[in-house]
Structure formats: C-alpha cells, structure tokens
Design a protein. Structure first.
Length: 217
C-alpha cells in the first residue's frame, strides 16, 4: 500500500505526494486496515476515517481453534498468533504511538449501535482509549447494523470530513483517487473530478459506492 499502490496513484494522477495531502478511509475490514495503517505510520497521512471498522480488542477464543464453522476455520492465520495480534493491532498502536504523532492526525470513525459482528464494542473501546490520551477524534454511534445501507447513509459525512481535513482552502477543484477493492482481489481505480459546488452527499451517492480507499488532493 505505502510502497507500491500509493506512489503509483500519486504519480499517475499528479497528486502532491505529501503527508499533508493524504487521507485514507475504509469500510469494515478496510476500516480496520485504514486505522491500523495510519496509526502504524502516523507521519504518512493527515486524516483517517473508518466506517463500521472491524475493531476487536482481542482475538475471539475460537479464532485459532479451527473448529468447523469457527472464524479460525474461515480465516486461518490471517491475524497471526494472539501475541502477534496484540502487538500489531489498532489498539496497540493507539496505546504506544506518541501522543504528538496522533494529535496531528484528523481521526473519524462511526459504527451502528446494532452491528452484526459487535464491532460497536471495539469502537467504543478505541473511543475511550483515544479520549484517555487526549487525542482529538470524531466518533459516532448511529442506529443500524453492518450493511451497505449504513455505509451510504453516512458516507457523505466521511467525504465532508476528509474534505475539511485536507481539501479545505486548496484549489477550486479537488481530485479524488478512488480505489475500489473487490473480493477476491483486484483493484479498480477511477478518477473523479469534484467541484466545490457539489455536496459531499451528492459525490458519495453518485460516484463512490463501494469505496474502500480514498486519497484526496
């Protein structure tokens, strides 16, 4: 992501290529990834947002058991051992990063109050952790579950957040580099020109359905 995808997109679409011009956002596991990547490399981004992020303070007990139907049977060793996970998850970086490096970031995340996977619990843990360290952030619990409908209902707010964080006061026109990540693999990249007169909600609904990653100039 940092060594290949991001430099390629910044070169192809003539983005500034500086941390102050970069924002990243993700949905579900992509939301977890966006937070983890930003917290691990806080000096590479200016803003991060995540919707319904797959936040788990610790691995479920059956994650590594491999019992039929368990998460472990489906995901194998995706998250590594519990010890590795504890050292490398979002919460670990949120606890150990310097407060100064996190305070320079703009941070947003939201989740449904009835998330199908219980991710609202992890989101609340992250909210309390950041608050305890005095890290400014924006966190919302909205009515809803873990669904595309939830994402689109609040995606306009995500775009507005990113615009305020890294687009405000720039040129009259902004360029969005949008990576659409699809299972099982493959990335479709689309360029969208967004003028100030268009609302964030309009942009989200018309152009950005299914977005996993957004890098704004």
């Amino acid at each position: 992501m940092l060594k290949e995808f991001m430099p390629q997109m910044e070169k192809k679409y003539r983005a500034q290529g500086t941390p102050s011009s970069r924002g990243i956002t993700g949905i579900s596991m992509g939301g977890y990834g966006a937070l983890r990547l930003t917290f691990k490399f806080p000096n590479q981004f200016a803003a991060v947002s995540a919707q319904m992020p797959a936040l788990m303070p610790g691995l479920p007990k059956d994650m590594s058991s491999g019992a039929p139907g368990s998460p472990g049977a489906l995901l194998g060793e995706v998250f590594g051992s519990p010890a590795y996970f504890d050292r490398n998850n979002v919460f670990s970086f949120a606890r150990t990063d310097s407060a100064a490096s996190l305070k320079r970031l703009k941070i947003y995340f939201d989740v449904g109050n009835n998330d199908d996977f219980g991710f609202e619990q992890g989101a609340q843990v992250l909210d309390k952790l950041l608050t305890s360290r005095g890290i400014p952030h924006e966190f919302h619990i909205y009515p809803g579950g873990h669904s595309a409908q939830f994402v689109m209902a609040h995606f306009g707010e995500v775009i507005q957040f990113q615009w305020n964080a890294i687009g405000q006061g720039s040129k009259a026109e902004a360029r969005l580099t949008v990576g659409l990540m699809r299972d099982p693999g493959g990335i479709l990249v689309r360029r969208v020109r967004v003028e100030r007169r268009f609302s964030a909600a309009f942009v989200a609904k018309k152009y950005l359905a299914g977005v996993a990653t957004v890098v704004m100039q």
